[in-house]
Design a protein around this ligand. Structure first.
Ligand code: HSE
Length: 380
């Protein structure tokens, strides 16, 4: 199967390396024939070009998009699908924003669009959801979907290291997004939760509908408080689907140390689905980095070469977090905005709420307008 590869950075470079190495029969059935690179200085072999037409108009069977960003990645994938080529993408931001349109385009053109690498990196998360759903209804999922923030939190907790220093290290290791805001403000996890809602529940929501908080303003004091209560800070994305509708949000959580997700180390991801007969099933592995992410892209390419069929009916949905309640740790310059839900004052400006509806807390956060507010859910 001839592959036109769009993008040759951390992920695209890994895809070429894995396919060129041809470690198995399935991989040897694949061939990267054309590669789009960003600029002339990256052209190092005859397959490479800076002109997208040289890839999209070439004699290829499938397109693999590993460019990142919204445009031109979205237009290129759409163009490939319209030409009847199946496609694979590792680009969660693009897919989350254009999920419905691209799936419709694929369906209309009898093509398939696969996206294993977009959530959970190298972990076979989409493949396992597909497998579980052959028997079961998925009730909920939760997990650590971002390697960069897990790397930061893990080392801050273990070695009392500084946030900025750890972010720089994660960037140097190739885990972080081009815009680190996507990682540390929770947007990257929001895209992954949105895509997982489609895979787990067939529900398409707008990414902006999913409340998302990150770890930009976490401090050593917050981590010390969590530790003193036998807890570990992790950035968690979660969603559930029941008779009340779809619930989804992204937030740092002070997990109990007895929760296995609290012990997911370094940049690993750890995701858990809960379904009717299987119950909880956890998947742990490399959520970022060149070869693990390339592994997921190549898995999708093999699935296409083996003739995978995906006919799914997606429903548009709104996020309804009315049923979500929790105890929240809040550090803010305006603690008075939370007086009526405060259960315990830790120190000036830092409080624990009593069990409160998430929507009510979100309203108070919006009203108080403190851009540096830090919130974490305190797990039961
Ligand atoms: N920046 C992302 C992460 C890359 O750190 O998890 C993988 O999606």
């Amino acid at each position: 199967m001839k592959i036109g590869l769009l993008g040759h950075g951390v992920v695209g470079g890994g895809v070429t390396a894995v396919i060129d190495a041809g470690a198995s029969e399935s991989v040897r059935n694949l061939e990267v024939t054309n590669i789009l690179v960003k600029d002339q200085s990256e052209v190092t072999d005859g397959r490479m070009s800076t002109n997208a037409d040289d890839v999209l108009n070439a004699d290829i069977d499938v397109v693999a998009e590993c460019m990142g960003g919204l445009e031109p990645a979205h237009s290129f994938v759409k163009r490939a699908l319209e030409a009847g080529h199946s496609a694979v993408t590792s680009n969660k931001k693009m897919l989350a924003n254009y999920f419905e349109e691209l799936m419709e385009t694929a369906e209309k053109n009898h093509a398939v669009l696969l996206y294993e690498a977009t959530a959970g990196g190298g972990i076979p998360w989409m493949a396992n959801l597909r497998q579980i759903r052959r028997i079961d209804r998925i009730l909920s999922f939760r997990g650590i979907f971002n390697g960069t923030t897990n790397y930061i939190l893990y080392h801050m907790d273990l070695e009392d290291r500084d946030f900025d220093e750890m972010l720089k290290e994660a960037q140097d290791l190739g885990y972080a997004e081009r815009d680190p805001s996507d990682d540390i403000d929770g947007f990257d996890v929001r895209y992954k939760v949105q895509i997982s809602c489609a895979s787990a529940f067939d529900q398409i929501v707008s990414p902006d509908d999913i409340p998302a908080f990150g770890i930009r303003f976490i401090s050593a004091k917050d981590i010390a408080w969590a530790k003193s209560r036998g807890r570990t800070a992790k950035l968690i994305g979660r969603a559930a689907m029941n008779e009340k509708g779809l619930q989804a949000y992204v937030m740092p959580v002070f997990l109990n140390n007895s929760d296995y997700l609290s012990r997911i180390p370094s940049n690993l991801n750890g995701i858990e689905s809960v379904s009717v007969t299987l119950g909880p099933a956890g998947f742990i592995g490399q959520g970022a980095g060149s070869l693990p992410t390339a592994h997921a892209v190549v898995q999708d390419l093999i699935s296409i070469s083996e003739g995978i069929e995906e006919h799914r009916h997606f429903e548009k949905s709104a996020v309804a977090n009315g049923e979500v309640n929790g105890v929240y740790y809040i550090r803010t310059a305006c603690p008075e905005a939370f007086t009526d839900i405060t259960d315990e004052v830790i120190c000036e400006g830092t409080l624990i709420t009593r069990k409160t509806g998430l929507n009510a807390v979100l309203e108070k956060i919006a009203q108080c307008g403190d851009e540096k507010l830090f919130i974490a859910e305190v797990a039961e």
